[in-house]
Design a protein around this ligand. Structure first.
Ligand code: ARG
Length: 455
C-alpha cells in the first residue's frame, strides 16, 4: 500500500520496495509518530482546517492504533514503506475517509524530522538517568575511599600517590560532562520542525507556535528548508554517545589492567566475569572488554552519518533515512554498556592493601622529597637533581626513598633532618595536597559536597 501511487503506472518491484522501505526499523518511532499526528490534527482544528468531529475521530483512531500496537493486536505489516505510511493507512482503514485529512499541510519530511527529535529527546532522558546511576555508584566509592592510597600514573608508570576516591573522581568529572553535553543538545534541538512541509512550508494557515507548544518545544524552527534537511541534532547525539563510549572504554581498560594477575588491584564479581573453555584457572573481565570493544561501533555510527550528510544538497534527500539504524544501534549500545558497567562497578571489590603497597613502591614520593628540599631553601631544579641521584642510589640497593638512612640523606644535602621520614610518608604525600581538585581528604570532601548537590 502506497501513499503516492497516483502518479505511477507500474507496480513497484519487490526488490525496490525492500531496498526503499524503512518500516522494518523505523517502526520503533510509532509512539512519536502518533504523538506528532495528534498534535498536528489538534492544531488543524484550532485553525478551522478540519472540524471538531474530524479531529476527534482522528485522535480516537490514532489512540486506538497506539493501544493495538502496544498490545500486539496490530502488527507492522511489511507492505508499508515506513512508520508514517503505516500509521496513516491504519488510520484510514480504521475510521474511513476522515482519516485522509490527517496529512493536510504536512509532509513526511517534516514528520520524520519531528519523530526523530521526539525520539532523541526521550532517549536523552533515559541515557541521562543511566549516567546518573553510575555517578551515584562512583560517589559511594569515593566517600568510602578517601584514605585508600594508590599510585597515580603517567605513561602507565607510577608517578605520585593519590587515593581511590580521587581516581574515581576523575571519572565522575568525565561522566558529569557527558550529562552536560546531553543537556546542551536537548536545549539546542528543542525547536519544532512540524509545519515545514516538504521544504517550503504550506499554504494552509497553520499555527506552528501552537504545534510546538503542544509537543513541548520552545518554539517552531525558523527555516522550513533547514527544518527538513537538518540532522545536526542526530550527529551531536552520536558525538556525545561516542564520548560516553570513550569514557566507558578508558574506565574498562583500567579495570582490565587492575584485574590483571600483575596488578590485582580489584576483584571482579563472579557474575560479571566469565571462564575459559580450556584454561580452568581463568576468570576473565569479558564485560569490561566488551564495553571497550563496543566503542568502535558507536564511533562508526558517527562517522557513517557525517559521511552520509556531507554531500547532500538542500533540502530533504532519501539518503537521510540512513540516520535511523545507526542511531538506534548507537543508543541501544551505549544504554546497554552503561547499565552493565554500573552493575560491574557496584559489585567490584577493591584490594586496598595491594593498592597501598603498590603506591609505596616506585618512588611515588620522589616529588615530595624535592618539595622538602625546596621548603628548606634549595632551588627546585637543584632539588630535582639531588633527588634523582638519591633514586639512583636506591635503585642500586633495591630500596625505597624512605628506607635511606639520615646519613645517606645528609650526604646528598645537609638540609635533611629527621622529619624527612614523616614528610614523605604515603599519608602526608597525599594529605598535604589540599588545593581544590587535589587528592588530600580535605580537598576531596569539599568536592564531594559539590558533586552531591549536582546529583
Ligand atoms: N522514511 C523516510 C526517512 O526516514 C521518511 C521520509 C520520506 N520522505 C520522502 N520524501 N520520501 O527519511
Amino acid at each position: 500500500m502506497k501513499l503516492w501511487g497516483g502518479r505511477f503506472t507500474k507496480e513497484e518491484n519487490q526488490l525496490v520496495h525492500n531496498f526503499n522501505e524503512s518500516l522494518s526499523f523505523d517502526q520503533r518511532l510509532y509512539r512519536q509518530d502518533i504523538e506528532g499526528s495528534i498534535a498536528h490534527v489538534t492544531m488543524l482544528e484550532k485553525q478551522k482546517i478540519v472540524t471538531e468531529e474530524d479531529r476527534d475521530a482522528i485522535i480516537n483512531g490514532l489512540r486506538g492504533i497506539l493501544t493495538d500496537v502496544e498490545s500486539g493486536k496490530l502488527s507492522f505489516s511489511t507492505e508499508y514503506e515506513d512508520i508514517h505510511s503505516f500509521v496513516e493507512a491504519s488510520l484510514i482503514e480504521r475510521i474511513g475517509e476522515t482519516g485522509k485529512k490527517l496529512h493536510t499541510g504536512r509532509s513526511r519530511n517534516d514528520q520524520v524530522a519531528l519523530d526523530m527529535k521526539l525520539y532523541i529527546r526521550d532517549e536523552i532522558g533515559e541515557i541521562d538517568m543511566l549516567i546518573k546511576e553510575l555517578l551515584k555508584e562512583l560517589l559511594k566509592i569515593m566517600e568510602e575511599n578517601l584514605d585508600t592510597y594508590m599510585p597515580g600514573f603517567t605513561h602507565l608508570q607510577k608517578a605520585q600517590p593519590v587515593t581511590l576516591a580521587h581516581h574515581m573522581g576523575a571519572y565522575f568529572e568525565m561522566f558529569s560532562r557527558d550529562r552536560g553535553r546531553l543537556h546542551d543538545i536537548r536545549e539546542r534541538m528543542n525547536l519544532c520542525p512540524l509545519g515545514s512541509g516538504a521544504l517550503a512550508g504550506t499554504t494552509y494557515p497553520l499555527d506552528r507556535d501552537y504545534s510546538a507548544v503542544l509537543l513541548g518545544f520552545a518554539g517552531p524552527t525558523l527555516n522550513s528548508m533547514d527544518s527538513v534537511a537538518d540532522r545536526d541534532y542526530v550527529i551531536e547525539l552520536l558525538s556525545a554517545l561516542s564520548t560516553i563510549a570513550m569514557h566507558l572504554s578508558r574506565f574498562s581498560e583500567e579495570i582490565i589492567i587492575w584485574n590483571s594477575n600483575e596488578y590485582r588491584f580489584v576483584e571482579l564479581d563472579d557474575a560479571y566475569s566469565t571462564g575459559s573453555s580450556i584454561m580452568p584457572q581463568k576468570k576473565n573481565p569479558d564485560i569490561a572488554e566488551l564495553v571497550r570493544g563496543k566503542t568502535g561501533r558507536v564511533y562508526g555510527a558517527l562517522m557513517a552519518l557525517l559521511t552520509t550528510m556531507k554531500g547532500l544538497p538542500l533540502a530533504y534527500n532519501k539518503d537521510m533515512q540512513e540516520d535511523k539504524e545507526l542511531t538506534f544501534d548507537a543508543i541501544d549500545t551505549v544504554k546497554g554498556c552503561l547499565a552493565l558497567f554500573t552493575g560491574m562497578v557496584k559489585t567490584i571489590s577493591f584490594r586496598k592493601d595491594v593498592m597501598e603497597a603498590s603506591a609505596k613502591g616506585g618512588f611515588t614520593n620522589a616529588t615530595d622529597v624535592a618539595d622538602y628540599l625546596v621548603n628548606h631553601g634549595v632551588l627546585f631544579r637543584d632539588a630535582h637533581g639531588i633527588v634523582g641521584r638519591l633514586v639512583l642510589a636506591c635503585l642500586e640497593k633495591g630500596i625505597g626513598l624512605d628506607e635511606l638512612s639520615l646519613e645517606e640523606f645528609r650526604a646528598a644535602s645537609p638540609v635533611f633532618e629527621e622529619d624527612i621520614y614523616d614528610a614523605i610518608s604515603m599519608k602526608s604525600c597525599v594529605e598535604k595536597r589540599t588545593t581544590v581538585g587535589a587528592p588530600g581528604q580535605e580537598a576531596m570532601k569539599r568536592v564531594i559536597e559539590i558533586y552531591k548537590i549536582q546529583l
